[in-house]
Write a protein that binds this ligand. Structure first.
Ligand SMILES: Nc1nc2c(ncn2[C@@H]2O[C@H](COP(=O)(O)OP(=O)(O)OP(=O)(O)O)[C@@H](O)[C@H]2O)c(=O)[nH]1
Ligand SMILES: [Mg+2]
Length: 474
């Protein structure tokens, strides 16, 4: 910075000394200019010192979240936000309300599509004694409900439009299936570029004068004419009846559509989330599903034993098309949290139905642990979605049917997780360019309480390590 006005000829801003100037005037002018220059130089010096201090000072601790799509990266980030920036986490309720409404509508769409398939292919929706064994039909009552729920299709379009406008049109529509491949009814999954502050778009849902009370029910503009809550509310009883109908449940089982394992599952809370004045709870926000595109950086100020440090957490999109975008973020990370959603052992990738999701996770893990650029980075493995794993195993789905090497070991949570943990650990040991500690946790990241405990321990470990590193270097 230069506050001093130079008199050099080549400076277009230069001030020339007055032509007629007495000796005393000249002396006074030079004295003023001298003082101005001293002040200017002083400021320059201070700025340079501050810059140097910043360069030398403690660097932010950086965490990268990695894993395949739907592994729980963004949900882990939400836990960080809830712990270390709860105010802004809660300020986003109005935005998540829209996402949750879309999640509900899309789950219902899956059920309606399953019914359509049953109609087309005479899929079993209700055992009928009149028909030959194994042949079912949809009762007139169920068909009437289906008819009455047709407005949900329009609501879905409205919600998608609202979200895509908010995300500046950076939207990817992928297909999610509710049944077997050959009967696949396409469902659009919405992805928003996380670099775009899409949540701001929903601030118009919040009345300006109430911006300070984001956390209260009064924060949402209930009179918004575009808000689809009224339609959702009027469909509520039909949705509940459909979801709780035993024939429909059987139909979904028959079509291999375990709705409760789907991302953004709110069907067991329909009464609450379709209430006219519904406000998402913290848990709802953690359950809400919105696919990530791109990379976003989130900053936190985190303190441990009196000292405050800057943290940067990076959330990336895990869809296969996004994986190439991870590499530039490999340098300079203090830790990578790798999410392996092990409940997915019986599922295939949304983007490639020939690939088993657990196999894909092992491949990604191998790629990360063997990467030379990451050889000094702490790797923390989250074996995630343990709650879904538990209910799957309890329902009789067997790990050995998908992981042949599992053999005849017991099909319970303890044995399966111990086995998978050993497999991930073995890959680390074998493929890591240099020996390193295997940090591994069993997680259900929609459970804020247990996740908080794990993330606090992680914070302490990283702070301690970082301090030691800084002291060694100093
Ligand atoms: N039941 C259950 N659901 C989970 C768990 N972890 C994440 N989810 C849900 O799974 C869905 C996907 O999680 P995300 O955090 O969006 O996944 P992601 O890894 O960010 O996915 P991409 O953005 O596509 O890369 C969300 O609806 C979450 O609420 C878990 O441990 N248990
Ligand atoms: Mg995500």
């Amino acid at each position: 910075m230069s506050a001093y006005l130079s008199t050099g000829d080549d400076d277009p801003l230069s001030l020339r000394p007055p032509i007629f100037e007495t000796h005393d005037e000249r002396t006074a002018r030079l004295a003023i200019e001298g003082r101005a220059k001293a002040v200017s130089d002083g400021i320059d010096e201070e700025l340079e010192k501050a810059r140097a201090l910043e360069r030398k000072g403690p660097k932010a601790i950086k965490i990268l979240l990695l894993g395949q799509s739907e592994s729980g990266k963004s949900t882990t980030l939400k836990n960080f936000q809830l712990m270390y920036d709860p105010k802004s986490f809660r300020a986003e309720r109005a935005s998540w309300r829209v996402v949750i409404q879309l999640n509900v509508v899309q789950s219902m769409r899956s059920i309606l599509d399953a019914m359509t398939l049953a109609q087309k292919h005479e899929y079993p929706a209700h055992p009928s004694p009149q028909r030959k064994k194994g042949s079912w039909h949809l009762t007139p009552e169920l068909l009437a409900i289906k008819e009455r729920l047709l407005p949900l299709v329009d609501i879905e379009k409205t919600l998608i439009r609202r979200l895509t406008t908010a995300g500046s049109g950076e939207v990817e529509a992928t297909h999610r299936e509710a049944g077997p491949d050959h009967l696949k009814p396409g469902l659009k999954e919405i992805a928003i570029n996380s670099a775009i502050p899409w949540k701001n778009a929903f601030n118009r849902l919040i009345k300006a004068e109430e911006r300070t009370s984001f956390d209260s029910a009064e924060g949402i503009d209930w009179d918004d004419p575009e808000d689809p809550s009224a339609v959702l509310n009027s469909c509520s009883q039909d949705m509940i009846q459909l979801w709780n109908n035993p024939s429909i449940r059987q139909l979904l089982v028959k079509q291999n559509a375990r709705m409760e394992d789907h991302s953004g599952f709110f069907l067991d809370s329909l009464d609450r989330v379709t209430a006219a004045r519904y406000i998402p709870t913290d848990d709802d926000i953690l359950r809400a599903r919105l696919k990530t595109l791109g990379v976003s950086e989130h900053r936190f100020k985190i303190s441990t034993s009196g000292s405050v440090r800057d943290w940067k957490v990076y959330d990336v999109g895990g869809h296969r098309s996004q994986v190439a975008a991870w590499a530039p973020f490999f340098d300079d990370m203090d830790a990578i949290i790798f999410l392996a959603p092990i409940s997915c052992f019986d599922q295939v990738l949304e983007e490639d139905h020939r690939v088993n999701r657990l196999e894909d996770t092992f491949k990604l893990w191998t790629m990360i642990v063997s990467n030379q650029h990451l050889k000094n980075t702490n790797l923390i493995l989250f074996l995630n979605k343990i709650d879904i794993l538990r209910s799957k195993l309890a329902s009789g789905i067997k790990l050995k049917d998908y992981v042949v090497s599992y053999g005849d070991r017991p099909n319970d949570v303890d044995s399966t997780t111990a086995y998978l943990k050993r497999k991930f650990g073995g890959i680390l040991q074998e493929k890591s360019p240099s020996p390193r500690i295997f940090y591994c946790h069993l997680t259900t990241v929609i459970d804020t309480k247990s996740t908080k405990y794990i993330l606090s321990n992680l914070k302490d470990t990283l702070m301690r390590q970082n301090l030691m590193k800084t002291n060694l270097i100093a």
